[in-house]
Design a protein around this ligand. Sequence first.
Ligand SMILES: *[C@@H]1O[C@H](CO)[C@@H](O)[C@H](O)[C@H]1NC(C)=O
Ligand SMILES: *[C@@H]1O[C@H](CO)[C@@H](O)[C@H](O)[C@H]1NC(C)=O
Ligand SMILES: *[C@@H]1O[C@H](CO)[C@@H](O)[C@H](O)[C@H]1NC(C)=O
Ligand SMILES: *[C@@H]1O[C@H](CO)[C@@H](O)[C@H](O)[C@H]1NC(C)=O
Ligand SMILES: *[C@@H]1O[C@H](CO)[C@@H](O)[C@H](O)[C@H]1NC(C)=O
Ligand SMILES: *[C@@H]1O[C@H](CO)[C@@H](O)[C@H](O)[C@H]1NC(C)=O
Ligand SMILES: *[C@@H]1O[C@H](CO)[C@@H](O)[C@H](O)[C@H]1NC(C)=O
Length: 620
Amino acid sequence: MVSPTFIYESAILVALLHFVKGQEGEKHILVKRGAGPSNCYHSCDGLHHGGCHNGFCECDRGWIGQYCSVRDCSSGLYCTNGGTCVENGMDYTCVCKDGWSGTDCEQVDCTWSGHCNNRGTCVQTSTNTDYTCNNCASGWRGNSCHLIDCSSKVYCYNGGTCMGDVNGGTDYRCICEEGWTGRDCQFINCFSPIRCMNKGQCHLQNGGKEFNCTCADGYLGDNCQIDMCSPYKIADIVFIMDVSVSQNETTFVEQKNFVKYFIAQFPLGPDHFQFSLILYASEPHAVFNLSNMYDNYTIIDAVDNATIPDDKRGATFTGKALAFVKDNSFATTNGGRADVDRYVILLTDGMSSASLDTANQAKLLRLSYPNVRIKSIGSGDIVFHTELLEISTYPLNVFPLHGNDSVRSVQKSTMYGCERCTTAYSDVVLAFDVSSFNYGQLDTMLKTAEVLIANLHTDVNQTRVGLSKYESIAEEVFEFDEYTTSNEMISVMNKHIMKSETCMKDKQCSSRDISSLLQDVLREFQKNSEKSRRKAVVIFSQFIFDKDIAGRVVLEIQNLKDNGVSVIVVGEGLEANIDKMLKLSTTSFFTFIIGEDFNTPIDAILALMSTLEYNICFVQ
Ligand SMILES: *[C@@H]1O[C@H](CO)[C@@H](O)[C@H](O)[C@H]1NC(C)=O
Ligand SMILES: *[C@@H]1O[C@H](CO)[C@@H](O)[C@H](O)[C@H]1NC(C)=O
Ligand SMILES: *[C@@H]1O[C@H](CO)[C@@H](O)[C@H](O)[C@H]1NC(C)=O
Ligand SMILES: *[C@@H]1O[C@H](CO)[C@@H](O)[C@H](O)[C@H]1NC(C)=O
Ligand SMILES: *[C@@H]1O[C@H](CO)[C@@H](O)[C@H](O)[C@H]1NC(C)=O
Ligand SMILES: *[C@@H]1O[C@H](CO)[C@@H](O)[C@H](O)[C@H]1NC(C)=O
Ligand SMILES: *[C@@H]1O[C@H](CO)[C@@H](O)[C@H](O)[C@H]1NC(C)=O
């Protein structure tokens, strides 16, 4: 049992030792207990390691005891490098830490791997009392290869930033880039907003190091970053605008509005869509080239400001404009990019001054740039569809200036299968004013209608066709949904609209009052057409009316227009009343004069296809 007094005294001693340790240079330790004055000298000074002072032994550092005859292991004099001193009377032994040896553990033992933390080569100094670490393993630095080397790039993957400020530099942390997580940013962070965007679902794979996405409808890409309904496939687009004398100022303004609306639908820039605007009449004039305009306000301004220099005004040399585009517009020096889609949007009435050259240059342009798509936009007082079809080669690339169908069609082809961007179908009534045609004319009109019907898609939920005729009274031949194949419709049409029923019989070829026919047409739309469907009537007639009848016809046609029906008129040859037709049709593009007189084959009617079966993009 230890007495309380002893504990108290020991405590004082320890406190005293601490006090003395702190004072450098102190040689002797005053030991209170000890021998009396009589034997002091003999006992401490002579034999042992201390001096006599006032009858007490004052021990040298490293010694302790009444007569300073005991090694003081706590003195710190013995056993360096962390070795443990064990007192053994007048002597001591050291229990050295790993990697050290010698009486006082003063010798380095480099065979022990711990000096350099197993991460480098231990090299002894010449005296064998210290070491350095060479060739620290990658990721480590410092005397003992114990400090993190953040510059080594062995920590923090995937762009993460290493911070070597943990535990005095012996550890690190990573600041991960967005989308990554884990001690070394080695794992996918599925909760990050850049993973599986737009409400896509993120799935971890390969132990969290990879992922995949289940995208929400309408999105694709590794991170669902692609909105299928945004223009994603970039393109270089050149507008060619016919400003010849046949195109008046009103048309010019409409053309500019069209181009401005078109441009505004697409993101601009060298990584996005690039536009160029060429005006032409007798010569082409580049208002801006592909590389000129990347700022959406400036480009709109530039379209507004566009004019053609006086020396380039005059007739319509469409071929020269197409040649200019082929030689200059897509050239890399003008900002053309090799690997993108290319569009040429030609706004003209289709009445070029050198039509052979126009067709040739369109061909050459297509040969020079096989991926170019030429869209013809019919604009102006009168539109000559045949040339537009020839330039574009494909009926669905021919559009009226009126409406946005051409813009939607380009949008759709720059998107990745957008489901919100789809083909929509119309309800179409073909209305024959049989009374206005002679035998040959009616034959041409029937063939024209046949080409149109044959090219329409007439399955369920596609284009619906109705047929009405006026001979001496208005008659409905078939309603929407009565037939769903083009062949049936054509055969029923040819059976009911007899070529013998024409005015040839009584030789009086003038239209009678077709207002009852037009009323029937409107009734059919009102009864059977859904609101969302586009409605169009194609009226086959020469539009030669007596004055009083003309008034009623105009009224009924206006009534159709007021009810959202597009009015398309088709006549044959020089006898057709083209002025009336241009006035009655919804837009000049919807007036067709078929026949040899105008060198217009029946196929010209196919220019209607893009209007009847058109692209729509629902905006979310
Ligand atoms: C995505 O990963 C999940 C889980 O590993 C797997 O079931 C699914 O088939 C993967 N989907 C795709 C599109 O790879
Ligand atoms: C556009 O390109 C044509 C042909 O290379 C060049 O003559 C014209 O100066 C360019 N226009 C602009 C505005 O850069
Ligand atoms: C112009 O572009 C910017 C950036 O793309 C867009 O925020 C802005 O709405 C655009 N302005 C017009 C008038 O289109
Ligand atoms: C358009 O014309 C206006 C007025 O003349 C001018 O201030 C502006 O800089 C022009 N913009 C462009 C793009 O040419
Ligand atoms: C210009 O053409 C439009 C049809 O595109 C016509 O309505 C208008 O009257 C014409 N204007 C002039 C001044 O000729
Ligand atoms: C074209 O579309 C825009 C936007 O939807 C609309 O504001 C404009 O009226 C449309 N133009 C025509 C002629 O339908
Ligand atoms: C036609 O459309 C209706 C209404 O959208 C739909 O219920 C029906 O399934 C469609 N029919 C076909 C054959 O696609």
